[in-house]
Design a protein around this ligand. Structure first.
Ligand code: AMP
Ligand code: MG
Length: 364
């Protein structure tokens, strides 16, 4: 399949979005920017169109999609009714990086909801996304525009790398602003539950809702089954094995450990500026510095994980951050990318004492 590529910077006539919307109306899949990450869209009321998204991504069919709309009231036909909490969230955070789970109406195809009796809905704030949905004149089902299992794309070049030849088109509207996906809140029960932390923080939600729960599976309860089906997959995975380094003791050992480890295979360290300053330069050691605040890390995390793939490193060591504010979403993604592996100071110290063991740790 030929994949059209529209660069909005060179599209002075405004033809690109009209063409992209026409393809969506015809039942094709088209990628477009949102404020969170790039989405891969299709007509959300057309089951056959929605199936193209699953095919292009290689996404498991039991993983439901989010419907994207252009106006707040466009949620009404999609649901049998909104709870008070849903209404509060919509009033306060739309348009923006917040998805609400609501009771679904009969117009929503099973392909979208993966057979659940609820549906996920969001109104993005990105002007390109909003205009494209408006022109298409239908809710757009859109998961992230990456191959299933890879980190979500935050720019159009990355979408192209994953999706060229697999979808009808890509709208290049520049880099995304938030960098991690939307927060998903289940509004159907007594107390609202965060199913996936994201661009709107827990603190922001609590300010307007009072009590908000965190799905136990997100809070790290190993045995808990996540209520958002997609959260059970090892998403966001880079090719190399990855460890989160989070205690002050472990971070102190990180410079020496990374330098030694890089003698066996290329190593990437993902860290903020402060830790980067302590790192020693060494051959085959890549220091990927995301800067100073969590907003920058959220924006860059997926890009840095993909960069590790390009660099062909054998080991990724990533500095963990505190789980307040955007930190909750960041650490959720980082821990998943690492398959929940954490490297502590004791283990580092042991490995530093024995170079054979360190080598087999890096190469295993
Ligand atoms: P993505 O579009 O790739 O960001 O993934 C959408 C996320 O929303 C996945 O984790 C889904 O499991 C979740 N999701 C979509 N619909 C529902 C629903 N009705 N109930 C719970 N989670 C949902
Ligand atoms: Mg995704």
């Amino acid at each position: 399949m030929q994949t059209h590529y529209w660069n909005l910077q060179t599209d002075t006539e405004g033809a690109a979005l009209r063409e992209a919307a026409a393809l969506l109306k015809k039942g094709e899949a088209v990628a477009f920017p949102t404020e969170t990450v790039y989405g891969l869209g299709a007509d959300g009321l057309n089951g056959a169109a929605v199936r193209k998204i699953f095919e292009a991504k290689g996404r498991p069919s039991d993983n439901p999609l989010i419907l994207h709309i252009a106006n707040k009231e466009d949620i009404l036909p999609l649901t049998t009714g909104l709870t008070k909490q849903a209404q509060i969230l919509i009033d306060k955070f739309w348009p923006g990086p917040l998805t609400v789970i609501v009771a679904k109406s009969a117009v929503v195809p099973d392909e979208v909801s993966a057979g659940l009796d609820t549906v996920a809905v969001r109104m993005p704030s990105h002007p390109v996304a909003a205009e494209l949905i408006r022109l298409a004149g239908t809710p757009i089902a859109a998961p992230s525009a990456n191959l299933s299992g890879k980190p979500s794309p935050t720019d159009a070049e990355t979408v192209l790398a994953d999706m060229q030849g697999r979808i009808a088109g890509i709208v290049d509207g520049g880099a995304c602003e938030v960098g991690v996906e939307s927060t998903i809140v289940d509004t159907t029960g007594e107390v609202p539950v965060i199913l996936r932390p994201g661009g709107i923080t827990r603190e922001q939600l609590e300010e307007v809702l009072g009590k908000v729960e965190l799905d136990p599976a997100i809070a790290g309860v190993e045995a808990a089954k996540p209520k958002a089906p997609g959260m059970k997959y090892r998403h966001y995975a880079p090719k190399a094995k990855m460890y989160v380094v989070e205690t002050p003791e472990a971070l102190q050992l990180l410079p020496a450990f990374a330098k030694e480890a890089a003698k066996s295979a290329p190593v990437a360290v993902i860290c903020g500026g402060k830790v980067a300053e302590t790192m020693q330069r060494a051959e085959h050691l890549h220091i990927l510095n995301w800067g100073t605040d969590k907003k920058e890390l959220a924006l860059k995390l997926y890009r840095l994980l993909r960069r590790c793939d390009k660099l062909g490193v054998g080991l990724i060591l990533s500095e963990g951050v505190a789980e307040d504010g955007l930190g909750l979403a960041i650490m959720n993604r980082m821990r998943k990318a690492a398959g929940r592996q954490v490297l502590g100071a004791d283990e580092m110290q042991e490995l530093l004492k024995n170079s054979t063991q360190l080598k087999s740790f890096v190469l295993k």
